[in-house]
Design a protein around this ligand. Structure first.
Ligand SMILES: *[C@@H]1O[C@H](CO)[C@@H](O)[C@H](O)[C@H]1NC(C)=O
Ligand SMILES: *[C@@H]1O[C@H](CO)[C@@H](O)[C@H](O)[C@H]1NC(C)=O
Ligand SMILES: *[C@@H]1O[C@H](CO)[C@@H](O)[C@H](O)[C@H]1NC(C)=O
Ligand SMILES: *[C@@H]1O[C@H](CO)[C@@H](O)[C@H](O)[C@H]1NC(C)=O
Ligand SMILES: *[C@@H]1O[C@H](CO)[C@@H](O)[C@H](O)[C@H]1NC(C)=O
Ligand SMILES: *[C@@H]1O[C@H](CO)[C@@H](O)[C@H](O)[C@H]1NC(C)=O
Ligand SMILES: *[C@@H]1O[C@H](CO)[C@@H](O)[C@H](O)[C@H]1NC(C)=O
Length: 576
């Protein structure tokens, strides 16, 4: 209790310390573009579209401002927890295959910045082969060479050595750098991964398998969401209109094929806004399909039972694909439990004065290992990621103070897919989310091997010397199995399997002739004019590092839109 109280005091003090910004109020009416969702992609898109001075852009966000405490990296514990108040509080449909058979949280950030305000801050792009796979699957213009320029365009890499390579940028809006603070455990883990045989790599260069202390979307010890990096600096543009606490209820469509506005709920009132050019959904892999379905764009079998008038039949909400993790506990000797109030105050002053010290980093969440799994059925698809999440036995405290580590082996190319399905015509009722994790036995086999690697890692001298060992306390629900047996780990995997927060593919991109797709390679919704999707829901496959990916989609989407409307302006065929 005392610890929690000190943290609260800390938050209040920081609130006073950091600057505050105010909301801009505008009336409803006509805009050139309406962007739904100020998340990882929406903020980027809003910045880029308002570069055209005569384009009026409305950005609608269901959440509020990004709170100031959220900038503190160690506070991601609160940011990613419902207690932080900036989460949608989605829950999964229960399944015996994961999360112990019960409904589990499915976090998605809800404030300016969206998930970029609540994520682990990794700056990770996925590998070249991921994007080439995309192009192979029919997404014209989305190969690695074609998206790299957009990744670079966003980036302001703080490492001059990297910034000068062909993979990185140094003058974009998004600061990228390593945390200034690494404790002893972090150095030991990176060393152990090397002893395990992984090369130390730069994960965003030409190598993808290996170990790294990753670069993060932070600057001088503060989180950089897409709001702080892309939007806040241009918030004064008078063609940018931001509406927070505005929950979009549906898209207005006429003649079953032409989008012309939105309806949204703000302070219990339903309001309307109209678009002279386009409505662009950037509400993410849950919100975007939900809004489509509310508007009558979706599968007949989903919409009909709810009495929703079908406007266009498209496989909206299907193909939900997400990274899945299990949990393996490490016991550690070198704990950094929340210190006494004197020590805490010292750390706090260090942070306020210099943006340094333990609060400037979320503990072990900065080391990753990308491992190949040899002799598996699909070697090229069975790479796994090991991440190291600090854990505490006594409640919710900043991530820099921990007394255990949970290793989360993650299947990066899962074979199981699920759905997002509307369950009520009330737009405020969340949709059903069934990620279907571990439905396919090959995903379980990959996970078993990844768990094995997590345990093998403990045999490395760097971890042994520091007193790391496996946490052998039996996971509740798996008491019937011997700790360490295959049956035991199969049980643990089913109980601990959860989202790694990377849902994609619910409005899949691809050729019009492919019946599993919702948008084309220019991100236009099939058969509905003036309606586009610009967020991670378009991605046909999972790629590691969803925030980075969504930012790239925002950049590329903005260019696609600019190109199209310049053409229409020049050719004088105005679409009004
Ligand atoms: C909305 O309506 C509910 C119930 O009628 C009320 O409790 C709440 O205060 C209202 N919210 C706003 C923002 O006006
Ligand atoms: C607080 O912790 C520091 C460092 O561990 C120690 O030196 C100091 O004596 C402690 N102070 C109190 C009041 O317990
Ligand atoms: C979905 O809707 C049905 C019918 O209204 C309801 O019984 C059920 O509880 C809802 N499911 C969830 C997960 O909210
Ligand atoms: C599991 O995935 C593999 C590889 O993609 C596929 O061949 C197999 O049909 C899937 N099995 C099921 C039950 O979906
Ligand atoms: C990992 O798998 C190998 C090969 O099956 C086995 O020899 C080893 O004991 C396993 N390690 C652990 C920690 O379970
Ligand atoms: C688009 O509409 C046309 C005619 O209304 C129809 O034949 C076609 O199947 C539709 N395409 C898609 C992808 O729904
Ligand atoms: C349209 O006009 C702009 C400004 O004059 C020009 O930069 C752009 O290249 C033109 N686009 C096309 C497709 O002609």
């Amino acid at each position: 209790m005392r610890h929690l109280a000190s943290v609260t005091v800390l938050s209040i003090m920081l609130l006073c310390e950091l600057k505050f910004s105010s909301t801009k109020h505008v009336e409803d009416g006509y805009y050139d573009f309406i962007i739904v969702g100020a998340g990882s992609a929406g903020c980027v898109l809003a910045r880029r579209l308002t570069e055209i001075h005569h384009w009026d852009v409305l950005l609608v966000e269901a959440g509020g401002e990004q709170p100031q405490w959220d900038l503190i990296p160690a506070y991601l514990t609160f940011a990613s927890d419902p207690a932080g108040g900036i989460d949608w509080n989605y829950k999964t449909v229960p399944s015996p295959n994961y999360c112990g058979g019960v409904s589990c949280p499915y976090p998605r950030g809800k404030c300016l910045g969206g998930p970029s305000s609540t994520n682990y801050m990794f700056y990770s792009r996925g590998s070249k082969s991921d994007y080439d796979e995309l192009r192979r699957l029919g997404s014209k213009g989305w190969g690695y060479d074609e998206v790299l320029k957009y990744l670079i365009k966003s980036e302001r890499n703080g490492d001059p050595r990297l910034a000068s390579t062909k993979y990185h940028g140094s003058d974009g809006p998004l600061p990228v750098e390593k945390f200034s603070y690494q404790d002893e455990n972090i150095l030991a883990i990176i060393q152990a991964l090397k002893e395990f045989g992984l090369p130390e790599i730069e994960i965003n260069g030409n190598q993808h398998l290996g170990a790294a202390v990753t670069q993060m979307t932070t600057h001088n010890g503060e989180r950089q969401s897409t709001y702080t990096a892309f939007l806040e600096p241009v918030r004064g543009r008078n063609n940018l209109h931001i509406k927070t606490h505005s929950h979009v209820a549906n898209i207005l469509v006429r003649n079953n094929n032409e989008a012309y506005g939105i309806e949204y709920i703000r302070h219990n009132d339903t309001r309307r806004a109209f678009a002279r050019k386009e409505i662009i959904l950037s509400a993410g892999s849950i919100g975007t399909p939900h809004i489509h379905q509310l508007s009558g764009i979706g599968h007949k079998e989903v919409l009909e039972p709810l009495g929703i008038n079908l406007i266009q039949e498209l496989p909206v909400g299907y193909n939900l694909c997400d990274h899945v993790k299990a949990s393996v506990g490490y016991r550690i000797k070198q704990t950094t439990q929340l210190p006494n109030i004197t020590q805490l105050y010292t750390n706090f002053l260090d942070y306020v004065a210099h943006r340094k010290g333990p609060l400037a980093a979320p503990g072990t969440i900065q080391v990753v290992g990308f491992l190949p799994l040899e002799n598996s059925f699909h070697p090229e698809e069975s790479h796994v990621e090991l991440a190291f999440v600090p854990s505490v036995s006594n409640g919710l405290i900043p991530a820099s103070y921990y007394d255990g580590i949970v290793v989360t082996p993650t299947v990066l190319k899962p074979h199981s897919t699920g759905y997002v399905k509307i369950n009520s015509t009330d737009p405020l009722v969340p949709p059903l989310i069934l990620p279907n994790f571990l439905h396919n036995e090959s995903d379980v086999l990959i996970m078993l091997r990844a768990v094995n690697s997590s345990l093998e890692l403990l045999k490395m001298p760097a971890l042994r010397n520091l007193g790391f060992e496996a946490d052998t306390s039996v996971i509740p629900g798996c008491e019937q199995h011997n700790w360490g047996s295959e049956e035991y780990w199969r049980c643990v995997i089913r109980i601990t399997a959860k989202t790694v927060f990377h849902p994609v593919s619910t409005c899949k991109m691809g050729s019009r002739s492919d019946p599993t797709t919702v948008v084309d390679s220019e991100l236009r919704v099939h058969n509905v004019t003036n309606l586009r999707v610009t967020d991670a829901s378009i991605m046909p496959i999972t790629i590691s590092g969803l925030n980075t990916l969504a930012i790239m989609i925002g950049e590329k989407g903005a260019d696609i839109i600019k190109e199209e409307w310049r053409y229409y302006l020049n050719s004088s065929t105005f679409r009004t």
